[in-house]
Design a protein around this ligand. Structure first.
Ligand code: N01
Length: 528
């Protein structure tokens, strides 16, 4: 279907649009494609200059996916061009940009557009969205910012005064040449275990600061053969069959992760064997052996992490960081290790995203205020009571530890498109999930999680919020989520027909005109 191209020129006026999508990673891009195919009017706001989200931002050495390539794409845009069974970051980013080109998403995207805040306007029954490229008024707002977009910096004394190179793994400084330098990596999560082997051979010395040892499984990564590449491209159904088999194999992990952790034992044995294979030194083996149930934190995959730690120029430091000085790191035992550069691989704000502080619902409270009180609760990962016509992609309890997030995103896209279609078909002005429906849904989620390894595995992880609830992960098989998000369930919502909405006290005029309304003092540039 061909739609009029939306005016994406920047300006001072308030632009009126049916649906605004914030972010253009896998989620935002997918929303743009699906809404376009459904004939809906929308605009994507992207703070960077390119699409891609997490995969655009994480360019650190060794960055690669830990989900098999054939599973890590949209179902409607398989990529026969993958070169390896686990794709490196540049290939994934190239895939994402090629999809954006194919579906002409860029012409409906405002780049360099940083959303400052979004307020539900009770007069106009629309979202007032302030950005660095002007104001917008949207009937529907879609948050597609993802969970891994805001780097989390460790609260370590003195870290601001370090005089050498220091940067977060998701903001890698490619101008900083680490060759022959003394380098520290803080953290041993999914990012760090890819960075460490990638730089260990070129730096003079590497200190890896581990707070908690992760479980690391073998990585079945290899280049695809010519025959496989041929088959993916030319044999109908071959790549989809490979994808389906990978999907089913990964789903079997849910039994151990979410229902009966005893079934995780074979994976633990495989991870212990990895330690013995990769590390010769007994003391180092002990240091890297986790003290919690496998799967409690995200399971990592690597074949070269342990051998990298075993190198003579690499030290695993487990004493805990006391402070950072101008030229080094001091551990709690009083030892100072001088370094030229520090790589901060300490993850992201997941349950406490700064974005939450900038979205204000119908009672004027921000999502951050609401989540602070209740935890990050929503309905089907997509909506939150008190925030009408706001839809999340990668929202509460949609995360996964075992398979492709793109599958979850596509499930949410079904729900989103059907929701907006329902709004249009029934000429609804507002839809807001009922508090009782949301509460009941969350009781079910927490109940389903109660036997999971994430809740009982004896680890502290960002899967759990400060209330001790797991508000990040989906507790079951992903096909169950696909089923419950197949259709928008209007019954769970309080809806008001357009014709029944009270007339706006002040009208926001259509595109090209300026509103008189001034931003409330409470508005903060919280989304930056
Ligand atoms: O971050 P993390 P990440 N002092 O939060 C440590 C995805 N991902 O960037 O375990 C010292 O996992 C922290 O220690 P602890 C994937 O979803 C995917 O590595 O909290 N250390 C931990 O070791 C992943 O889950 C791919 O005790 C501190 C590390 O920093 C998510 O991104 C690839 C500290 C943070 O680990 C995030 O991964 C890469 C402190 N003050 C990433 N604070 C794929 O392949 C934190 N740490 C798809």
């Amino acid at each position: 279907m061909s739609l009029p191209v939306t005016d994406t020129s920047a300006g001072e006026s308030t632009r009126r649009i049916d649906t605004l999508i914030i972010g253009s990673g896998f989620a935002g891009l997918g929303a743009a494609i699906k809404l376009s195919q459904a004939g809906k009017e929308f605009l994507v706001l992207e703070r960077a200059a390119e699409v891609g989200g997490t995969w655009r931002d994480n360019t650190y050495p060794g960055a690669a996916c830990d989900v098999p390539s054939n599973l890590y794409s949209y179902s409607f845009a398989l990529n026969p061009g993958w070169t390896r069974s686990f794709s490196p970051q540049p290939e994934i980013q190239a895939y994402i940009t090629s999809v954006a080109d194919k579906y002409e998403v860029r012409r409906r995207t405002v780049f360099g557009c940083d959303v400052q805040d979004a307020h539900w306007n009770g007069d106009t029954h629309r979202w007032d969205v302030r950005t660095t490229r002007g104001d917008f008024s949207a009937k529907n707002l879609v948050s597609a910012v993802g969970a891994l977009c805001e780097p989390s910096l460790p609260d370590i004394a003195g870290i601001d005064r370090f005089g050498g190179e220091i940067f977060h793994s998701a903001r890698w400084n490619h101008d900083a040449d680490l060759t022959g330098k003394r380098v520290a990596v803080i953290g041993t999560g999914a990012s760090a275990i890819q960075i460490v082997p990638a730089i260990a051979g070129t730096v003079a010395h590497l200190d890896v600061y581990q707070r908690t040892a992760p479980w690391v499984l073998p990585r079945a990564d290899r280049e695809y053969t010519k025959a496989e590449k041929f088959a993916f491209r030319y044999i109908p159904g071959f790549q989809r069959l490979s994808r389906t088999l990978q999907y089913l194999m990964r789903e079997t992990q849910v039994v151990g992760l979410a229902k009966a952790p005893v079934f995780m034992k074979p994976l633990e044995l495989a991870a212990r064997a990895q330690i013995r294979r990769g590390i010769s030194d007994r003391a180092l083996r002990r240091k890297v052996t986790p003290n919690f149930g496998i799967g409690c934190k995200r399971m990592l995959i690597s074949n070269n992490y342990y051998p990298a730690l075993d190198r003579p120029n690499v030290d695993l430091v487990t004493d805990g960081i006391a402070e950072v000085t101008t030229d080094g790191i001091v551990t709690k035992d009083g030892t100072t290790r001088e370094v030229d550069a520090i790589v901060v691989a300490t993850g992201f704000h997941v349950t406490d995203s700064p974005m939450f502080a900038g979205i204000f619902g119908k009672d004027g409270r921000s999502l951050a205020d609401v989540f602070d009180e209740t935890g990050m609760q929503g309905y089907k990962g997509s909506t939150v009571a008190g925030f009408p016509n706001l839809f999340f992609l990668v929202g509460p309890n949609t995360g996964l530890g075992h398979t492709s997030m793109v599958y979850m995103i596509e499930s949410q896209l079904n729900y989103l498109v059907d929701a907006i279609d329902t709004i249009d078909r029934h000429r609804l002005g507002t839809v807001e999930v009922r508090q009782d429906a949301q509460d009941e849904y969350n009781r079910g989620i927490q109940d389903a999680l109660k036997n999971s390894v994430w809740n009982n595995g004896g680890c502290a992880s960002w899967y759990l919020d400060k209330h001790g609830n797991n508000t990040t992960l989906w507790p079951g098989f992903t096909f169950e989520f696909r089923r419950i998000t197949k259709h928008f369930d209007l019954d769970a919502y309080r809806s008001v027909a357009e014709s029944d909405l009270p007339a706006p006290a002040e009208a926001v005029e259509s595109a090209g005109t300026t509103t008189e309304r001034t931003a409330p003092a409470s508005r903060k540039a919280a989304l930056q």
